[in-house]
Design a binder for this molecule. Structure first.
Ligand code: HAM
Length: 423
């Protein structure tokens, strides 16, 4: 086969301004989360398949259709993580991450993999910023986590988002609600539910509530509401979460059909959505998952968390400002290059940012290169300058040229750039 290799479908190269956006997201995430006492955790991208089956749920789209699962060389089934929560729970148990603090606050940043149909904002490899707070049942944990998410979104300069919130109830009150929902769905069975919903009606009726098909949505809108069937404790929990959010002037909308696509949730669920990025509107989603750690063989440790999709956030972020290079060190001939190399290194050590040329060329061509680099000052080192231990500074904006002794280069460059003098 000839020709160059292409990316695997649904996998992207991230470069240019998008890399700048990813870097801003990561540093704002680290800064914001540190203010809330969260610690970073890096988990592997590969886990045993069973971990995802047991945590995400066998009736979910993620497990049924979207996992990259394959046998390793010894025939053991492994899966590229489709989300971070399951791996964080595994690490929490395996590394006893609540050793020093009964409430473990953990965040992780990295690639996830889901075999979905690629479209704008939906990739097969995508990146999440994921936070989990483990060890407290308190509604303060939910409210603080949501506030932290909103602080982060503000820090990366994304506005005009909507927060939706709901409560899925708990193992005490949900079964009765599920029966009621099942009865309602079956009573409407003569209506034209889509194929997926017809199948889910028995296997996972909650998922019918968030089907995107217009007709299914109409039917779901008239279904019994989760919040109306929460037990007293769940209702109180939800009330405190929403009161805490209101007390901080956080705008939210109660969305009775917000059930989320993974099976581990109970009580609070939430999503942050945007109507500016096409069909894939959710930029972040999360909720409480009190039974999950026990389900994975641990103690009965409650938890709440969320994840943001970095590709979707990148679509909403403003154009990042890039720091231009301070200098371009231009040696005209090979004879001046060793000295140019030395001076450029000295300048970087002093804190300046710059590039140098490695090859000879016509003066015009070389200057075009300097111009493309975006450097503010071109430092020209030709045979005349070399002979007199000097260097020429050309301001690329004004075109003004001045000569300088090589010994005064750091101070001269700082002055030309209007910077305080570097040491
Ligand atoms: P999720 O809703 O499946 O939740 O994903 C969270 C976010 O990841 C979504 O809101 C979206 O922004 C992004 N995302 C998901 N799939 C894709 C994709 N194929 N392409 C691009 N972006 C995508 C979870 O993953 C839960 N583990 C969140 C959580 C943490 N719940 C509790 N703790």
């Amino acid at each position: 086969m000839s020709g160059i290799f292409k990316r695997v479908k649904g996998f992207a190269d991230i470069y240019g301004q998008d890399v700048a956006r990813f870097n801003i997201m990561e540093s704002c995430a680290r800064n914001t989360f540190a203010k809330y006492g969260f610690n970073e955790l890096r988990t592997p991208v590969l886990e045993q398949t069973g971990l995802f089956l047991r945590s995400i749920g066998t009736e979910t789209d993620v497990v049924q259709k979207e996992m990259f699962t394959f046998p390793d060389r010894k025939g053991r089934s492994i899966t590229l993580r489709p989300e971070a929560t399951a791996g964080v729970m595994r690490a929490f148990l395996e590394e006893s991450l609540d050793r020093n603090n009964p409430v473990a606050r953990l965040f992780t940043i990295g690639p996830m993999f889901r075999y979905e149909r690629p479209q704008k904002g939906r990739m097969r490899q995508f990146h999440q910023i994921n936070c989990e707070c483990l060890g407290s049942q308190s509604p303060y944990a939910d409210a603080e986590l949501i506030c932290m998410l909103l602080n982060f979104l503000e820090a990366i300069d994304i506005r005009s988002l909507k927060l939706k919130i709901n409560s899925l109830g708990c193992k005490k009150c949900r079964p009765a609600y599920m029966r009621l929902l099942g009865e309602y769905l079956h009573s409407q069975a003569g209506e034209a539910f889509c194929d997926d919903c017809r199948r889910r009606m028995d296997s996972n009726p909650l998922r019918v509530l968030d089907c995107k098909q217009p007709h299914c949505r109409e039917l779901a809108a008239a279904a019994p509401r989760l919040l109306d069937h929460n037990c007293e404790e769940c209702r109180q929990h939800f009330d405190v979460v929403t009161e805490l959010l209101s007390s901080r002037n956080v705008d939210f909308e109660v969305d009775h059909n917000l059930v989320r696509g993974l099976d581990y949730y109970c009580r609070t669920t939430f999503e942050v959505v945007s109507n500016e990025i096409g069909a894939q509107t959710a930029v972040a989603g999360g909720g409480r998952y009190d039974g999950l750690i026990a389900q994975l063989g641990g103690a009965d440790v409650p938890g709440v968390g969320f994840a943001c999709g970095m590709e979707r956030l990148a679509l909403l972020m403003p154009e990042p400002e890039n720091r231009p290079l301070d200098f371009y060190m231009l040696s005209i001939q090979a004879e001046q290059r060793p000295r140019a190399f030395e001076l450029a290194q000295t300048l970087r050590k002093a804190g300046f940012f710059g590039e140098m040329n490695y090859e000879d060329g016509g003066f015009k061509g070389l200057m075009r290169r300097v111009s493309h680099s975006g450097a503010r000052i071109c430092l020209i080192l030709g045979p005349d300058e070399a002979a007199s231990n000097s260097i020429t500074l050309k301001d690329m904006e004004t075109g003004r040229q001045t000569g300088l002794s090589q010994d005064d280069l750091c101070a001269g460059l700082a002055k030309a750039l209007n910077m305080p003098e570097k040491a």
